[in-house]
Design a protein around this ligand. Structure first.
Ligand SMILES: NC(=O)c1ccc[n+]([C@@H]2O[C@H](COP(=O)([O-])OP(=O)(O)OC[C@H]3O[C@@H](n4cnc5c(N)ncnc54)[C@H](OP(=O)(O)O)[C@@H]3O)[C@@H](O)[C@H]2O)c1
Length: 314
């Protein structure tokens, strides 16, 4: 695994822009007014062109929205995907505009063909053709694609002690469609754009994919399939050209057991979980977002699954 220093020195052009933005934090950014205006405008246009782009599916709530907020703060342009709730997605886009550290002309610039740094695109992850359209629209609107956070998931709560309750065929079809196939369709649609940027493909798994647990048998089994899918995708995503510096990676993201944001669990259940973890805490959506950013930046991780469980399984 690369050290932090190695990663920082060899990160792609797009991310160098992000790092420069980070380094410039706190500085006034003024240029004394004497600089050539034309050169400045050209520079601004160039910045619009090179800022990296992240597509986050299921991005208007939970893990997806938290990751969108973090990436916006770190200089990424972000497309969030949603399916039903337009108002919620619009609100998240507004938040991203507020959180962004990009210069104002990059956040919204009607003069430039890729002038809007934050967008929401409706697409149902259960439909393959919509996934293809989502990727095409993202690239048309943003001009490039550097990170795909394939975060969509589906479940229906069932009694995990009952085989009868876990043999509803519609559950299995929905779980396979969203938890497995949607990630494959998305990777297929995005691969050529990620190859161009030496980008990263990251998905969200679950503790249920590692050991028998979770909301339903169909969820648990399809999350395990998702983890295996990603290992295989890492093989297919490996660069054929050895001169290519960075592997467009299929990194695999977090195992989480109970998570605070879901508010689906009683205080008693949360406390019982917390007591079983080595770190005596719940993973939060912000923890997951940080892990996604680490994956996005890493030059040496691919095909891995990182349990993010505060030491529950240790
Ligand atoms: N929450 C947990 O405790 C937990 C634990 C472990 C793993 N995970 C995994 O983490 C990932 C995210 O879960 P979450 O709990 O953060 O999600 P969430 O809070 O339930 O967020 C749902 C998001 O998915 C969108 N969405 C729902 N159906 C969609 C569809 N068919 N097509 C496109 N977008 C759709 C929603 O937008 P609209 O409502 O507008 O459609 C919203 O943006 C999932 O893969 C899940 O399996 C979650």
């Amino acid at each position: 695994m690369a050290t932090a220093d190695e990663s920082m020195s060899t990160w792609s052009d797009a991310t160098r822009t992000v790092r420069e933005d980070e380094d410039a934090e706190g500085e006034d950014g003024g240029n004394g007014g004497g600089a050539e205006q034309q050169q400045q405008q050209q520079q601004q246009q160039e910045t619009v062109r090179v800022s990296p782009v992240a597509l986050i599916t299921a991005g208007s709530a939970g893990v997806g929205a938290a990751t969108a907020r973090l990436l916006a703060r770190r200089g990424y342009r972000v497309v969030i995907n949603f399916s039903h709730n337009t108002e919620r997605a619009r609100k998240v886009v507004g938040e991203l505009q507020q959180l962004s550290r990009l210069p104002a002309h990059e956040i919204q610039n009607d003069e430039h063909e890729h002038g809007n740094a934050y967008l929401a695109i409706r697409a149902d992850l259960g439909r393959r053709e919509e996934i293809g359209r989502l990727v095409r629209e993202t690239v048309v609107q943003m001009g490039r694609l550097d990170v795909v956070f394939s975060n969509g998931g589906w479940t229906k709560f069932r009694d995990m002690t009952s085989i009868e309750d876990n043999t509803v065929e519609e559950d299995w079809d929905m779980c396979f469609n969203i938890n497995v196939k949607s990630h494959l369709w998305l990777m297929q649609a995005a691969k050529k754009y990620l190859d161009e940027t030496e980008g990263a493909f990251i998905t969200t798994a679950s503790a249920a994919g590692i050991y028998p647990s979770g909301s339903s048998l169909a969820y648990s089994v399809t999350k395990a399939a998702q983890i295996h899918l990603v290992k295989n995708l890492a093989v297919m995503a490996a660069p054929p050209d050895p001169r290519q510096q960075r592997q467009p990676g299929a990194a695999f993201n977090p195992k989480t057991k109970f998570q605070e944001w879901s508010d689906r669990f009683s205080e008693q259940a949360k406390d019982a979980y917390r007591q079983k973890t080595k770190l005596k805490r719940f993973p939060t959506v912000e923890d997951v977002a940080e892990q996604v950013l680490t994956f996005a930046k890493s030059r040496s991780m691919t095909g891995v699954n990182i349990p993010l469980d505060a030491g529950f399984m240790v």
